[in-house]
Design a protein around this ligand. Structure first.
Ligand SMILES: NC(=O)c1ccc[n+]([C@@H]2O[C@H](COP(=O)([O-])OP(=O)(O)OC[C@H]3O[C@@H](n4cnc5c(N)ncnc54)[C@H](O)[C@@H]3O)[C@@H](O)[C@H]2O)c1
Length: 379
């Protein structure tokens, strides 16, 4: 297959560059799947677009108005990475224009915005829409996902899924849109980091039946970058204690942690599944390791297997080498391209209905914290 998928990038910031860099490394994949070609770039900041114009000779369209891109017949798909307040309007317009969409989390600034996106998805079933979440594509996490599918954990005792950062501990770090409610949303750290923690549990069918939320706002103002200070009103840390059912019907605690103030954590994504048959864990702090223990009596020993470079979509790198963040982004984009092209893969990107689950959970979490009670989530 030597087809190309012609992409436009809307939002040429941190994540737009990651997408483009991964797309430029397609020869890394050892599977014949359509190649993304970056033909359009949109950002209101011309300097952000300049990087793309410099590095991608394939760019035909460069604009500050996304509407100019989405009606082009020679664009097949869009990767959209813009501030959260723009998600609903941009995503709905992209879907209505019939372009496949890989959007960014939280897929709408709040539940009302997500409802609009879901409505657009339902109206255009031929358009493939997915949300970004790259960490499950680490090979060691793929191994954990395989164990979930094979039912090796048995009755689930507890699942913990966490995403922790620490750079906000620097109180001199200037404010940016991710710490301002009008751009980032009421969810704060939960909107920024939540879907990353929910992708695997939701795909496993572990749906939160209720939630008790503990939210913290620790630093309430930050330098505004112009010599003054600006209010910083988003939630810094959140711990959501939920109850879920495993496939056998057993109830278990499902704990989601999303923290911006976690001393020592640098983009630390972690998933731990404890079960009666076996337990396993993965953390980006030790990215090649798959940790597991099998229950065979009173004592258990944790074993560490170095999984190495054995990703879901085969690549040219030898299996003994190490896998990292840009590799996970490449795998995620390749998974999206496979889904757009009808190529079957064992694990795909976040589906729109999973983003809707996320918004139900996060809205319930806000209510839980406000009323200091557990809130039921109906299905
Ligand atoms: N998957 C991940 O690991 C990950 C990591 C960081 C951020 N994100 C998500 O990606 C999205 C973007 O985050 P980012 O870190 O790239 O932010 P960023 O601030 O680096 O980039 C956003 C870009 O959008 C542009 N923009 C703003 N308004 C625009 C408009 N009207 N039209 C076109 N462009 C506009 C900005 O100029 C900026 O260049 C967010 O949804 C965020 O939650 C995902």
């Amino acid at each position: 297959m030597s087809k190309t998928i012609r992409f436009a990038l809307i939002g040429c910031g941190l994540m737009g560059r990651e997408f483009a860099s991964a797309a430029a490394r397609w020869c890394h994949l050892a599977k014949d799947i359509p190649r993304p070609e970056i033909v359009g770039a949109c950002d209101i900041n011309p300097e952000a677009r300049a990087w793309f114009e410099r590095h991608f000779s394939t760019i035909k369209y460069s604009t500050d108005n996304y509407r100019e891109l989405i009606d082009k017949p020679d664009i097949d798909a869009v990767y959209c990475a813009v501030p959260h307040n723009l998600h609903a309007r941009f995503y709905v317009d992209i879907i209505n224009a019939g372009k496949h969409l890989l959007g960014e989390k939280p897929f709408g600034i709040d539940k009302a915005a997500n409802d609009l996106i879901i409505e657009a998805v339902r109206a255009r079933p031929e358009v493939i829409v997915r949300c970004s979440s790259e960490f499950p594509f680490f090979p060691a996490c793929q191994e954990l996902i395989k164990w979930i599918k094979e039912g090796r954990f048995g009755r689930i005792i507890e699942v913990r899924s966490a995403f922790r950062h620490s750079s906000d501990l620097d109180i001199n770090k200037p404010i940016n849109w991710k710490r301002q409610i009008e751009y980032n949303g009421e969810y704060g750290c939960m909107g920024d980091l939540g879907l990353h923690t929910q992708h695997v549990p939701f795909r496993a069918g572990w749906l939160p039946l209720n939630v008790y939320a503990n939210l913290s706002k620790i630093v309430t103002e930050r330098p505004d970058g112009r010599g003054g200070v600006a209010p910083c009103l988003t939630w810094d840390n959140a711990t959501l204690i939920c109850e879920a059912r495993d496939t056998g019907g057993g109830l278990f605690p499902l704990i989601f942690e999303t923290k911006r103030m976690s001393p020592g954590s640098t983009n630390e994504w972690e998933l731990t599944v404890l079960g009666m048959g076996a337990s396993a864990k993965f953390s980006t702090n030790d990215p090649n390791a798959f940790w597991f223990t099998e229950n065979c009596g009173r004592e258990q020993a944790w074993c560490r297997v170095n999984i190495g470079y054995k990703p879901m979509i085969p690549a040219i790198t030898g299996g003994i080498f190490e896998f990292g963040f840009p590799d996970a982004i490449l795998q995620m984009i390749a998974a999206f391209v496979c889904e757009v092209s009808g190529i079957k893969i064992p694990f795909g990107c976040v589906r729109p209905e999973e983003t809707a689950l996320s918004h139900r959970l996060l809205s319930a979490a806000l209510l839980s914290y406000k009323e200091k009670r557990a809130v039921a989530i109906e299905y």
